[in-house]
Design a protein around this ligand. Structure first.
Ligand code: NAP
Length: 247
């Protein structure tokens, strides 16, 4: 799965799944731009890891929920790296809470980053991909978008929305040879799951047929496949990387 000569944009590329995706795509030969919210130290570390693979790296601080900032960011990527072949909409946050005590701002923040952010980035990248007559967009959703989860009404709504968005974009852009797919991770060892605590994670593992959490690199390998020409006839699909949690 070679990506030599291609350019990828990975949102939320400074840490966790996004970092693993950025480094994996770089290893396959792509130049990679990572987009992050505020953790400059982590972004610099990822940049170094990408450059060590012998490709170009670019780190841009940009809030994906800000449409204008995203348009500017995508122009910068085009100017610095020449093109955009792969977009991975991975930036995401959680603001968990039961419905009856969920604050409007927590609902809105999760929708703004996880769903609206993907809309903004996809729109800006699709403009370039349609002209190029090729591209691969990969949206990182979640098993929670398929099953729902008590305490995560906002997150589940955003992630379920992302699945509908993926299928609609796939249908709209197919005639321009731009593919759009989603990956639904289960429980992955990152900062996002670390805050849940060992007991909550152990309880989750009880419902995972493969009996363990995954490493971010295991999601990154699936992203690499969907990004590559090896997946040239796959669009509008949701690929679960969840150890069998949802089947
Ligand atoms: P993470 O470790 O918490 O990292 C989140 C990343 O998103 C960071 O790079 C962060 O940047 C960036 N980010 C957050 N808000 C942003 C914004 N408004 N604009 C730009 N970047 C923003 O998360 P993760 O666990 O790797 O999760 C990555 C994706 O996978 C998310 O969409 C998540 O919902 C999804 N997912 C995760 C799991 C899991 O078990 N971990 C399971 C299913 C789905 P900074 O570093 O600057 O803060």
């Amino acid at each position: 799965m070679q990506l030599t000569g291609k350019t990828a944009v990975v949102t939320g590329g400074s840490r966790g799944i996004g970092r693993a995706v950025a480094v994996t795509l770089a290893e396959a030969g792509a130049d990679v731009a990572i987009i992050y919210a505020g953790n400059t130290a982590a972004a610099e570390e990822t940049t170094k890891m990408i450059e060590e693979k012998g490709v170009k790296a670019l780190a841009i601080q940009c809030d994906v929920s800000d449409e204008k900032a995203v348009a500017t960011m995508m122009k910068t990527v085009k100017k610095e790296l020449g093109r955009v072949d792969i977009l991975v909409n991975n930036a995401g946050i959680t603001r968990d809470g039961l419905l009856m005590i969920m604050k409007e701002e927590d609902w809105q923040a999760v929708l703004d980053t996880n769903l609206n952010g993907s809309f903004h980035c996809t729109k800006a990248a699709a403009r370039l991909m349609m002209k190029q007559r090729c591209g691969s967009i990969i949206n990182i959703t979640s098993v929670v978008g398929e099953t729902g989860n008590a305490g995560q009404a906002n997150y589940a709504a955003a992630k379920a929305g992302l699945i509908g968005f993926t299928k609609s974009v796939a249908k709209e852009l197919a005639s321009r040879n731009v593919r759009c797919n989603a990956i639904a991770p289960g429980c992955i060892a990152t900062d996002m799951t670390a805050v849940l605590g060992d007991e909550a994670v152990a309880n989750m593992v009880k419902n995972i047929p493969l009996g363990r959490v995954a490493q971010p690199e295991e999601v990154a390998k699936a992203v690499l496949f969907l990004a590559s020409d090896d997946a040239s006839y796959i669009t509008g699909q949701v690929l679960n990387v969840d150890g069998g949690m949802v089947m």
